[in-house]
Design a protein around this ligand. Sequence first.
Ligand code: NAP
Length: 278
Amino acid sequence: ILSRHSVRLPLLLPRDRVFKTTQGIKQLFALLSTGTYPILPVFPAVGGNEGVGEVVEVGRKVTSLRPGDWAIPWDAGFGTWRTEAVCEADDLLQVPKDIPLLGAATIGVNPCTAYRMLQDFVTLKPGATVMQNGSNSAVGQAVIQIAAALGVKTINIIRDRPNRQELEEELKSMGADFVITEEELQCLGLDNVIQELPKPILGLNCVGGRSGGLVLSSLCDGATLVTYGGMAKKPLQIPAKSLIFKNITLQGFWMTQWKRNNSKGKLAAQSSLTLTFE
Ligand SMILES: NC(=O)c1ccc[n+]([C@@H]2O[C@H](COP(=O)([O-])OP(=O)(O)OC[C@H]3O[C@@H](n4cnc5c(N)ncnc54)[C@H](OP(=O)(O)O)[C@@H]3O)[C@@H](O)[C@H]2O)c1
């Protein structure tokens, strides 16, 4: 149960910044508020994991940001469903001001997740193929666009729906090479539908269950499957032959952990953001 409260802002300390926020709302909050996410908020808590703020005032020792700059929270659980915040200088990451506000408010999680997954697990040369499910998700759309910019081909699984053609065209306009439904893949198998591309060397699993197993079974020998979501709320189906005969590697990715592992290297994150914007 959520309720709205007004709170008094704490006094500004020399290293603090005050900033006003614009929020992005995400399904993650449902997981946070039901306690199924690895970050457990201390109640009473402010919801919201993503958002952009405008710096309105800085403490006298702050040199990295100035009033008027835009910034996003560095870590998960900041609580962006608020109008203003006073926080430590290190809690924020500056973002460019010449991008759409909504893009800035949502850049910190989904597009960065897509970018890191395309960078960190296998070396993707131009012409290589990536296969994903949940391809119309926010992360999936970012994967399509970033892969296309890198010259990497994508095979994109969606669920069947009455406006399937419309969605296929939309994803193709973003750079998707192939769009296929779970049902078609299950029925026909990848080899009978797509012969033009090399078999995928990287699979990205947003869904789990049968859908994740379909991605796994479609990968080439020695490929990697990265699981980053569990939208079907069902365990990933892993055919034994994928592990025994194809030597597929199973990995997981969590953007929050990546940020924490790289918290000393904010420059790397900043360059990740800049590349994602480009
Ligand atoms: N690990 C990380 O660091 C990280 C970072 C960002 C996001 N995530 C996770 O990634 C997932 C996607 O996030 P998002 O913000 O991109 O989501 P989103 O934009 O809300 O999209 C949700 C996607 O899940 C699909 N979906 C929903 N229920 C499904 C089901 N029962 N079976 C198959 N597909 C289903 C939807 O397909 P339909 O259109 O067919 O419903 C859609 O493609 C979430 O699980 C999120 O928690 C993880």
